[in-house]
Design a protein around this ligand. Structure first.
Ligand code: ADP
Ligand code: MG
Length: 455
């Protein structure tokens, strides 16, 4: 056991060399693996929880690599078992790896607002985002010390949210004692609204306690705070309180500070005190690199000309690039095609690549934005599932389709949702119309989603 632990890094680099793994594959899959223990000639290896979605992929692909390598190196027969981080009670024991492990449990992690899916490891760096990526990494390595505040801006779907979560995840992994809090400006606004509405001092105190005792505060999509005076004021005071004691602040927005027209001057000068970085649209090479990353993660193998076709035609937005890739893969799976032809890919993507009227707001666009906003899939929304977490997005979909698409009927909306008649849609529409008037939080939510659809 001790020998294997001592030689753990050597085992990994041997695998890299013996099986000619690419650097990115090695860094993504092998390097993060840690040794749990060796018992009865079974070597248990931990797959980090942020790769839980790739658990099967990693275990299937690398099991024999480890088995052969370890058996050969130690001249003894070993079996290999993979376990997911967090699914084992003993994984913190005697861990002595170079990457300090987070002592965060699930509940503590939930409080950070972070999403493990996003990390620096799965962020593809290109000329369009190199500055933003390195500034983010530096911020993650030395929070509060180098760039404060860090302000990241760029158009939709270019990786701002991904970088913010990467910063947060990196910090709590390497520095589990630090308190990290990620919120969208919508969540922040709703919490302010909530505590004002409840009207008691205790809830305001609780709010301040929550936001002013963190080491790192990240507020995503700050542009949605514009025009909400009490939220702005609260945010400004929070900002100052944290900034005054060298706590790290990270802000994202769809535009540079100077263009946040109705935002108080005071903010702009605060933002200018730190570092402002932008993310622009990815160039062709970066789009190809991103597609190849998706191939690796999904363990798929599309031909080069298909990848090139996607990269040549979908230019402005990584989220769309990801959407196009997923659409092709889903189509291939559905029709059980192993080798997609370029023709069938062209056909599958024709709506994305040659949209009839590019500026028109379609129900598909509304559906995608709402799904993205709530972190559910478009299929969840159009399904018949009655889980609470799908009902609100579905009703907002009914409401916004009716409001934003000229001439669409309730029956047409019902049809998109797979419903035979339109009474549910009518009900959903009325429900949200009333909520928007009576409930500031819902009004804010709908407002933010509407702006996202229009952006
Ligand atoms: P934004 O917050 O700027 O609107 P996101 O961070 O939500 O954009 O990114 C949209 C999608 O594109 C996410 O799924 C994200 O993981 C992916 N993405 C964006 N940039 C990159 C990148 N450089 N490498 C890998 N994935 C990326
Ligand atoms: Mg975002």
């Amino acid at each position: 056991m001790e020998l294997i632990r001592e030689k753990w890094n050597e085992i990994k680099t041997t695998i890299k060399n013996e099986y000619s793994l690419t650097d990115i594959s090695y860094h993504t899959w092998i390097e993060p693996l840690r040794l749990l223990n060796v018992e009865n000639n079974v070597v248990s290896i931990i797959i980090p929880s942020d790769q839980s979605q790739a658990f099967n992929y990693i275990s299937n692909k690398f099991k024999s690599f480890f088995q052969v390598t370890i058996t050969e190196m130690f001249e003894n027969d070993y079996d290999i078992k993979f376990v997911l981080e967090g699914k084992t009670s003993s994984f913190n024991n005697e861990e002595n790896s170079s990457q300090p492990q987070s002592s965060f449990n699930h509940i503590e992690y939930e409080k950070t607002g972070l999403n493990r899916k996003y990390s620096f490891n799965n962020f593809v760096v290109g000329s369009n985002n190199r500055m933003a990526q390195s500034a983010s990494l530096a911020t993650a390595e030395a929070p509060g010390e180098v760039y404060n505040p860090l302000y990241i801006y760029g158009g939709p779907g270019l990786g701002k949210t991904h970088l913010m979560h990467s910063i947060g995840n990196y910090i709590i992994e390497n520095n589990p004692d630090l308190k990290v809090l990620y919120v969208t400006s919508e969540v922040f606004t709703n919490e302010v609204i909530d505590s004002i509405r409840s009207g008691n001092a205790a809830s305001m105190t609780a709010l301040r306690e929550k936001y002013r005792t963190v080491d790192v505060l990240m507020v995503d999509d700050i542009q949605f705070i514009i025009g909400k005076a009490s939220t702005q004021e609260e945010f400004f005071n929070t900002f100052n309180a944290l900034f005054g004691i060298n706590k790290q602040i990270v802000i994202s927005s769809d535009r540079p500070p100077k263009e946040l027209k109705e935002l108080d001057e005071r903010f702009i000068s605060r933002f200018l005190m730190g570092l402002i970085v932008d993310i622009s649209q990815p160039d062709y090479e970066t789009r190809m690199a991103i597609l190849k990353k998706y191939e690796e993660v999904n363990n798929t193998n599309l031909s080069e000309d298909i990848l090139q076709y996607i990269a040549e035609n979908i230019k402005s937005n990584v989220r769309e690039l990801e959407g196009a890739f997923n659409k092709v893969i889903a189509f291939a799976k559905l029709s059980k095609i192993d080798n997609m032809t370029l023709e069938s890919v062209e056909d599958t993507l024709k709506d994305m690549i040659y949209p009839d009227q590019p500026k028109e707001i379609t129900s598909e666009k509304i559906l995608n934005v709402i799904a993205d906003h709530f972190g559910v899939t478009p299929d969840d929304i159009t399904s018949k599932k009655r889980n609470q977490e799908f009902v609100l997005p579905r009703q907002i979909f009914m409401y916004l389709c009716h409001e934003m698409i000229n001439g669409i009927s309730y029956s047409q909306i019902a049809k998109i949702l797979g419903k035979k008649d339109h009474t549910t849609v009518l009900y959903g529409f009325k429900k949200i119309s009333e909520d928007v008037k009576a409930n500031d939080e819902i009004a804010n939510k709908v407002d933010v989603i509407r702006k996202k659809i229009l952006s």
